[in-house]
Design a protein around this ligand. Structure first.
Ligand code: ADP
Ligand code: MG
Length: 316
């Protein structure tokens, strides 16, 4: 089988590595331009690290009804979809809890070992507290509630960037990866899109690592091993259990999920870390293939995630 000649560009966006791959290398520049515009728009709209983002503006004005842009409406709707599908394991009102755990700025500028902070079980207000009218694009966030779309906005950016890049190429196929949140659009290469399952999206491509092939849709990884830090000797990380307001303490340190879109894959991967053991029946019931890594490094493949190929030497 011949392999397809691909056009690839690597960049940085949304505080992560970004990779764009097209099956029409002659259209790479147009695809990149289109993807880049979408990603910049998501950053300006839904980043909580940018004081000037539309989301930061919304968080500064709780307690009143606000009309939002179509893109913020889409990002809010993705976040609330996550809450509905996961029974609240995903909850866009974790903003204050995430900030109190010390994740209050771009990850690159968080000290890896800082002074103690007083962590206590806090009440996450709960996503039902948000009144959102999608058609009218109005949202009411009660006073004291801070919205964080971190778990869905980057995945939405990958989905929208892949569609925009595909439209710009006119034909062929496109893959966009934003720090391990991956979306495909159009026709995949004949051999499919090969995706390496790593715990760190910055890990180099390695032939020894487990790789799966996807044709369409999305794949996302959530991990407590990369975005983690220490305060007063206590290890903290960025995925909050809304039930406690504290970093999730379940058995999985990394979850990778395949779904129809990158948003749905990322909803499931973040939720799997929060749900812990319950993630296995939930992923299975929802037909979402997943690869879970526990704290000992043991890999659990569930809901149809393929077993890795046996090493070729054993076939001889
Ligand atoms: P990554 O950003 O590494 O892809 P995730 O997709 O799992 O990781 O998103 C984690 C981010 O989502 C956190 O940095 C935080 O901003 C936000 N978050 C943390 N816990 C939750 C939660 N329970 N529900 C919704 N968002 C969350
Ligand atoms: Mg993610």
């Amino acid at each position: 089988m011949s392999t397809t000649l691909l056009g690839i560009v690597d960049d940085r966006a949304l505080g992560s590595s970004m990779r764009l791959i097209v099956t029409r290398p002659d259209r790479l520049e147009a695809a990149w331009f289109a993807a880049d515009a979408v990603i910049k728009a998501i950053d300006e709209t839904a980043s909580r690290f940018r004081h000037d983002s539309e989301l930061s503006g919304l968080n500064r004005r709780p307690g009143r009804q606000v009309r939002v842009s179509p893109l913020l409406a889409q990002a809010l709707s993705a976040g609330l979809r996550g809450a509905r599908l996961t029974g609240g394991a995903i909850d866009p009102t974790v903003g204050t809890a995430v900030r109190l755990a010390g994740y209050d700025r771009d990850f690159a500028s968080i000290p890896t070992d800082g002074s103690p902070i007083q962590l206590s079980v806090t009440h996450v207000p709960g996503w039902q507290a948000i009144e959102f009218d999608e058609a009218a694009r109005t949202v009411y966030v009660p006073a004291g509630v801070e919205i964080d779309l971190g778990a869905t906005a980057k995945a939405l950016a990958a989905d929208l960037a892949a569609s925009a890049a595909y439209e710009a190429t006119g034909s062929g196929g496109v893959l966009v990866s934003l720090g391990g949140d991956i979306a495909a659009a159009g026709d995949p290469p004949v051999e499919g899109w090969a995706v390496q399952a790593s715990e760190d999206s910055n890990a180099p491509i390695d032939d020894e690592e487990e790789t799966i092939s996807i044709q369409s849709g999305g794949i996302a990884t959530s991990s407590t091993t990369v975005r983690r830090w220490t305060r007063g000797g206590v290890v903290l990380h960025h995925i909050i259990d809304p039930a406690t307001g504290l970093p999730a303490a379940g058995p999985w340190r990394t979850a990778t999920v395949v779904a129809r879109t990158c948003v749905d894959a990322n909803i499931a991967s973040t939720a799997a870390i929060v749900m812990g053991d319950w993630a296995i029946p939930w992923l299975t019931a929802n037909g979402l293939p997943a690869r879970l890594v526990d704290h000992q490094g043991t890999v659990h493949r569930v809901s149809g995630w393929p077993e890795p190929d046996a090493p070729s030497s054993s076939n001889s």
